[in-house]
Design a protein around this ligand. Structure first.
Ligand SMILES: Cc1cc2nc3c(=O)[nH]c(=O)nc-3n(C[C@H](O)[C@H](O)[C@H](O)COP(=O)(O)OP(=O)(O)OC[C@H]3O[C@@H](n4cnc5c(N)ncnc54)[C@H](O)[C@@H]3O)c2cc1C
Ligand SMILES: NC(=O)c1ccc[n+]([C@@H]2O[C@H](COP(=O)([O-])OP(=O)(O)OC[C@H]3O[C@@H](n4cnc5c(N)ncnc54)[C@H](OP(=O)(O)O)[C@@H]3O)[C@@H](O)[C@H]2O)c1
Length: 600
């Protein structure tokens, strides 16, 4: 029977490829931009899971690996989640000197891992990717790279473009009139001059986000006077993430503690016990991201707000004018929660002047605020955050900026509209409320690998998220976040400075939810083009009808390797029936398993 309009197979071409189904017939060139933790994760995992099928080239604008942790050298730079959880999943570090480790130590750790796994050989340092343009016909990205070692420009071509360029990497000075007319020293925290000596000087510190909060306690002690410009509200948490451990060690008031040498030695010699310790700490962070903690108005969240409010009121007793402008009217967490050991203590010191007014312009001698006052100073430290990016031109000539206007959008934080064969780390709405950045990078990478495997397997030329799906993801995120602390009105880079704007940073759920979503790709959310050799018939991916094992002498019965057999559980049975039949023989269950499996 034929229904009206039914197709006939003879309408389609069907070319039989000459190679086996599992022989990709090509090696994909993967170019990754950035050698921070995301770029390094890419090298490790792509090599491990894609091996000879890919050829990886990483371009890194800096002279070394580390990204954020190499660049940010301002006084006080440290991680804000416990160091045991701030590590690659495959490389515990029993040697952290303190609970919240400093930036330099984090960078040393990253470098050690890179050296151990010999990752540097995949990286061209001091190579700045300046442009990437999609070529639809070839199904590749054309790249323009500035080699700063020779001051020359090179071209490259990639089947896959991975943007591990960091969501908080590109720093710029804020757009403040006269900024460069200042006669004294001035610097951004992400390019901090470590030779700068604040002793005896009046230093302006602009900004009180996560960075400014870390800088102030150090600057207050070192400088003669600090002008602290903080124009918006911010919750300063009495304790950071993972506070239970601080409490257990009697270090709540210090907000950090050092690990005794004996403990580090013990862990060094007994990695399992350290791993157990890490899990216990990380479990506490995961527990913070339970529904009750993130839902706006929940009992737990109200309690947290009450505690934070009490803490700030108490700490700022002597400077009520600071409390007036700093105490938020939004819930904790809406802006990045800032655990600021020593920040409020520093704010109330006599040598710190709190300046909440907007900056009108910078003069040759200081900063003029909108109330008409000029605050003279010797140096200015701009702790004013980061912006985005280089030129990426995707499908149909659509640029990155066009896609990201009026607001950055993505799909699961990893895929961007009109950007085929392009994977992104830490893109818009990828970040769970708190947790381990390494875990995010790891699972994002897992999803990328799944995509590349699919491309190789099914002879896909391009994979690109459907435009509609990006919008649907964004709609879901927006609706979801409204119910959480992250969707409430507050001024933050998460909302691009607009208190009532859409939150562009957070993921609609916690880390475990994100991991589940990334491990289960919805292939129907993507559109594909296929290699020309399939001549328009994707079913020709079945190739010559055989597999590599039919040719290369490897086992044709690998499906009988115990590791490949999915042994079903044998139901508990009555004592007299406690036997099962295998190949017609009566075999004891334990013995049967023992035949194939080595004891653990
Ligand atoms: C000061 C600071 C402190 C932080 N603290 C924490 C914390 O405590 N906990 C936490 O979870 N997160 C923290 N973060 C977030 C941090 O961004 C992540 O933890 C993580 O380090 C990001 O790693 P990444 O590899 O994705 O990006 P990055 O570390 O930013 O690395 C990106 C790399 O790409 C390179 N690159 C960028 N553009 C180009 C280009 N055009 N050409 C060539 N190379 C390029 C850069 O040089 C850089 O090396 C912090 C961020 C900052 C800025
Ligand atoms: N260890 C850590 O955890 C750590 C440390 C540092 C950074 N980080 C990460 O990096 C992110 C960025 O932190 P950040 O502190 O560098 O940047 P940020 O959170 O964007 O804070 C920038 C600060 O500068 C102020 N500012 C910007 N432009 C200004 C101007 N023209 N005049 C006056 N003030 C101005 C901002 O005020 P408004 O808010 O009013 O705009 C804000 O107070 C954080 O959210 C966090 O994810 C983490």
């Amino acid at each position: 029977m034929v229904y009206p309009g039914q197709l006939h197979y003879s309408q389609f071409k069907a070319k039989t490829l000459k190679r086996p189904i599992d022989e990709p017939g090509r090696k994909l060139r993967v170019v990754c931009v950035g050698a921070g933790i995301s770029g390094l994760t890419t090298i490790v995992r792509f090599n491990e899971h894609l091996g000879k099928d890919v050829d990886i080239q990483v371009y890194e604008k800096n002279e070394d690996v580390g990204g954020v942790w190499l660049e940010n050298r301002y006084p006080g730079v440290a991680c804000d989640i416990p160091a045991p959880c701030f590590a690659f999943l495959f490389e515990d570090n029993p040697n952290w000197s303190s609970y919240y480790a400093g930036g330099k130590e984090i960078n040393q750790y990253i470098k050690r891992v890179a050296t151990k796994y010999r990752l540097q050989k995949y990286v061209k340092f001091q190579h700045w990717v300046e442009q990437a343009q999609w070529d639809e016909t070839r199904g590749t990205w054309k790249l323009n790279v500035h080699d700063r070692t020779t001051d020359t420009h090179i071209q490259d071509e990639a089947d896959i473009l991975i943007l591990a360029w960091g969501m908080l990497n590109n720093w710029v000075f804020p757009n403040v009139p006269g900024l460069h007319s200042f006669r004294g020293e001035y610097m951004h925290t992400a390019a901090y001059d470590e030779n700068f000596d604040p002793a005896g000087k009046t230093v302006a510190l602009v900004g009180g986000g996560s960075t400014g909060v870390q800088v102030l306690p150090h600057m207050q002690k070192a400088a003669r006077k600090v002008h602290h410009y903080m124009r918006s509200q911010n919750w300063i948490a009495p304790v950071g993430f993972g506070a239970n451990e601080l409490e257990a060690r009697g270090a709540l008031s210090e907000g950090n503690f050092s690990y005794p040498e004996t403990e580090r030695q013990k862990w060094f010699h007994d990695p399992e016990s350290y791993h157990h310790y890490r899990r216990q700490i990380e479990d506490g962070i995961m527990a913070y991201m339970a529904e009750s903690g993130l839902t706006y108005g929940s009992e737990e969240q109200m309690m947290m707000e009450k505690n934070f409010r009490g803490h700030m009121i108490k700490m700022l007793e002597t400077k009520p004018q600071v409390l007036k402008t700093l105490l938020p009217d939004f819930p904790p967490g809406c802006r990045r929660l800032v655990p600021g050991p020593g920040y409020l203590e520093a704010v109330v010191q006599d040598n710190v002047e709190w300046i909440p007014e907007q900056i009108e312009r910078v003069t040759e001698e200081g900063i003029l605020t909108v109330d008409g006052k000029e605050h003279k100073c010797d140096a200015i430290v701009w702790a004013t955050g980061f912006v985005c990016r280089f030129d990426v031109i995707g499908r149909d000539g659509i640029t990155w900026n066009q896609v990201m206007d009026p607001e950055p959008e993505s799909y699961l934080g990893s895929f961007v509209d009109k950007m085929p064969n392009c994977f992104l780390y830490f893109g818009p709405n990828c970040a769970p409320g708190a947790g381990n950045a390494y875990l995010c990078a790891e699972t994002e990478c897992e999803l990328m690998i799944s995509c590349v495997k699919k491309m190789l397997r099914e002879k896909i030329k391009s994979i690109c998220v459907k435009s509609e799906r990006v919008k649907q993801y964004t709609a879901h995120v927006d609706e979801y976040l409204k119910k959480t602390i992250f969707g409430q009105p507050c001024r933050s880079w998460f909302k691009r400075g607009n208190p009532t704007g859409r939150n562009i940073a957070y993921y609609p759920g916690n880390s475990l939810n994100l991991m589940f979503a990334q491990r289960n790709p919805r292939w129907e959310d993507f559109e594909y083009t296929y290699l020309d050799e399939l001549e328009g018939n994707p079913m020709c991916w079945l190739a010559n009808g055989y597999t590599v094992a039919d040719y290369d002498g490897s086992s044709r019965t690998m499906y009988l390797d115990p590791v490949n057999i999915d042994y079903p559980p044998v139901p508990e049975s009555e004592p007299e029936q406690n036997h099962s039949l295998t190949n017609g023989h009566k075999v004891d269950k334990v013995a049967a398993i023992g035949m194939f499996q080595t004891p653990s």
